[in-house]
Ligand binder design. Structure first.
Ligand code: TRP
Length: 450
């Protein structure tokens, strides 16, 4: 298999397209829905600091690894690993790492679209004024009603999945690239408006105190696991997405500069999302440690009791849907590129097949909130929760560890030796990143399997 100068899927002509598309993939439900609530559950400031260290010392080196693998080979994750393994005289089994990465993307997409579907449903409800003067109790039962109604969930999830499929079917330039250029500025605009709103009507001081006060007592081993797992998830690594995007990156691009910029944008977006959400949550006397219900229960109540709440609530959920869309396309892309390059399926057909598969898989998640809610997989998790743990805590770090190991100890790195930050990167991969990921992996396995 020969190495290619450009990807069969097309390439991005400008660096900014890579930057926007990758930022779009990084900024997603993880930043808006998950980060604020896990920061809330783990006590705020000290957790956020630990999270940033995880991003810098573990996330960024693996992000670099994925991007370099894609950029060097210009192929889908499976072929990329196969080419590099051959060069390094390693077993062809390394291509399985690429395959598992693609598969993980598909699994994550199956439940990611469910949550995005809730977001779409809430967007419509906000417009219709459904949050107006609702109590927490009423909003909680609205959410529970939605979860117990597979048909309602399916309607919005299918709509969302179709939008994802459409973008990916349009290809690397007209689909993924254009989506980055359109969606990321829109998200920044929406977030800016929401922060301005929170700033004028919410309790910014309480939010600042909460997010940046140093509560070391709330930290424990589990918060470390949560922070590290989330660093993977939020940067979109471990699923081949950054290998695929690296393959479409223009030739003369500084990979460390790009990766560092995307990571910074990702972290900043999560913090600013917190500064949009917490002030209005606090101003309405609601709790920050609500857990996953923060976005679907507390926040709608808060909006419903505030000036222009319908409109701002709709804007918030529009932001959620846009962010989810720009991430979801990157979850589908690696597997599409793989089917196209290795199995010769035309892109639209690959999208259709994988989309149908994702849709079927997502039924399991949707039914796990109602008809199948008694089905427990391992250690009492529902199917939805088990898919989340399996992907975020086992498959993602597993792929990340394998990639770190491959780059740090197996790959032929001579041609990189002159590049900036090379020594630091390899040192981190060997002595910080790989051991930290190994630790999280073992600990999760002990927690859930043994
Ligand atoms: N980073 C996304 C978020 O924060 C979710 C995500 C995880 C993702 N892995 C991905 C997106 C891979 C695209 C590709 O919500």
């Amino acid at each position: 298999m020969k190495r290619l100068a450009s990807s069969d899927q097309g390439m991005w002509r400008r660096q900014i397209t890579f930057l926007l598309a990758s930022s779009g993939s990084a900024i997603g439900l993880g930043n808006i829905w998950k980060f604020p609530y896990i920061a809330g559950e783990n006590g705020g400031g000290a957790f956020i600091l630990m999270y940033m260290l995880c991003i810098l010392l573990v996330g960024v080196p693996i992000y670099m690894a994925e991007t370099v693998i894609g950029h060097e080979t210009r192929r889908n994750p499976v072929s990329a690993m196969s080419i590099l393994a051959k060069q390094a005289n390693c077993s062809q089994r390394w291509r399985w790492v690429g395959g598992i990465a693609c598969l993980t993307g598909i699994i994550v997409l199956s439940y990611f679209t469910v949550v995005a579907g809730w977001g779409l449903h809430y967007l419509v409800s906000a417009f219709e004024g459904a949050f107006q003067n609702e109590s927490s109790l009423a909003m909680r039962s609205t959410f529970i009603d939605l979860l117990s109604d597979p048909v309602a969930m399916l309607r919005y999830q299918t709509l969302f999945l179709m939008a994802v499929m459409l973008v990916v079917a349009m290809g690397v330039r007209a689909g993924l690239g254009v989506a980055g250029h359109v969606l990321v500025p829109l998200m920044l605009l929406a977030l800016g408006l929401l922060i301005a709103y929170s700033h004028s009507l919410g309790d910014m001081t309480a939010a600042f105190d909460f997010m940046f006060s140093f509560n070391v007592d709330a930290l424990n081993w589990n918060s470390f696991l949560v922070a590290l797992g989330h660093a993977f998830f939020s940067l979109s690594i471990g699923m081949g997405a950054m290998m695929a995007y690296g393959a479409y990156m223009p030739k003369r691009t500084s990979i460390p500069a790009m990766v560092f910029t995307v990571a910074s944008i990702d972290v900043l977006f999560a913090m600013f999302a917190g500064l949009a959400i917490f002030p209005i949550v606090f101003a309405n006397g609601l709790a920050a440690g609500e857990g996953p219900g923060l976005m679907f229960i507390s926040l709608p109540v808060a909006f419903g009791n505030m000036l222009y709440g319908n409109f701002m609530g709709a804007l918030f959920f529009a932001l959620v849907v846009l962010a989810a869309l720009s991430s979801a396309v990157a979850l589908l892309e690696p597997a599409v590129a793989w089917l196209n390059e290795r199995r010769g399926l035309p892109r639209p057909l690959a999208v259709l097949l994988l989309g149908a598969f994702v849709w079927l898989l997502s039924l399991m998640s949707m039914f796990s909130f109602n008809a199948l809610n008694h089905v427990k997989v391992v250690s009492d998790l529902t199917i939805f929760e088990a898919l989340d743990v399996l992907s975020a805590n086992i498959l993602l770090p597993g792929v990340g560890l394998a990639l770190a190991f491959f780059i740090a100890w197996r790959m032929d790195l001579r041609k990189f030796a002159e590049r900036p930050f090379f020594g630091l990167w390899i040192w981190l991969l060997r002595y910080v990143t790989a051991p930290a990921v190994l630790l999280i992996l073992l600990s999760t396995l002990m927690q859930h399997v043994v």
